[in-house]
Design a protein around this ligand. Sequence first.
Ligand code: PLP
Length: 390
Amino acid sequence: MGHFIPLSVPNFQGRELAYVTDAVSQGWVSSGGEYVSRFEKQVAAYTKMPGAVACQTGTAGLHLAMLLCGVRTGDLVIAPTLTFIAAVNPIRYVGAEPVFMDCDQSLCLDPEKLKSFCHEECRFDDGILIHRATGRRVRAVVVVHVFGNMAGMEAIVDIAVKYGLLIIEDATEALGTYYTGGRLAGRMAGSLGHVGVFSFNGNKIITTGGGGMLVSGDENTLRKAKYLSTQAKDDELYYIHEEVGYNYRMTNVQAAIGVAQLEQLESFIRVKERNFALYCEIIGTDGPLRMLPFREDTRSNHWFYSLYLDLEEIGLDRDALIQELEQRGIQGRPIWGLIHEQKPYRGSFAYHIERAFHYFERVVNLPCSTSLSEKDVEKVAYTVLEFAGR
Ligand SMILES: Cc1ncc(COP(=O)(O)O)c(C=O)c1O
């Protein structure tokens, strides 16, 4: 059968061990230490932002983002249903409620439906957006760049400005993705909202084991993020606290791995692009069995690959394909169960969800690790074609 081909595993071929050894031998293993600030500065520079705040996880960063955007009990926050649940749970952490939004063909939040929700379901009074049916304030929108593919940010930014919404960019999957054309040319995913958050979880394009990073163009927001993530200390000597803080700071050991990983990010992206191109060449990009593209006018980080099955045309079963792959030692995965159908969110407001169901039933993620060889990609792609009888 050959070796097992997992979906997405980390790649440590750089200076990870050297930097971790350095951090440990200096005795800086906790949240003090130079690797944390070095990693922050480097991510800020890479994303062209004035600063960054390193966190324990992407989820912690998203929790802080809610607090920094002033989301509070009783507020509504618009969020996608097609996403990993960690993009949504922080809304509840602060006592607010999600309003679930559909996706467009990019699998990211649909700007058209976002606009019609704001226009048709809400009223806009004195710069405040109120959901008519519940009388609640809609304070923010969480935009996820699904699988490293940029959401339609030109339209989303315009809608957010028009309706006074703060954008929380869940760029956990999209470090390295940026616009190459249009009015946002040169702008990185994560840098387009009020707050952006990256994740360095084990399956992400670069990893620190577990970790996250918050970026913002606003210095006060960055200062507050660091304050809240380090137990809200107003006096370091006497331990005075004027707010409830969190223990969300990244450790120096995590950051040491992060610095080494960031050095390799662009080369990881080149491998991801090359492997995606090979999948596209073998499986194709149109027809009933095809690889879903990344947005035009962007350089995507090509983090996760999506195979689309036209069920009607091809008479294929998604789960049978996943089982077949598994039997051949290949890990495939359906996209996440839609969040508005998960138990904690069944009572939440969901706005005309249609496409998300469509893609949920038809998309299978294929192996995308940067350690994949051409042979591995060929094996996966030809297994898919064989299963489909092509
Ligand atoms: C879309 C999305 N949001 C949030 C997260 C949470 O990040 P973390 O695992 O670092 O908490 C992840 C990844 O795990 C994710 O894919």
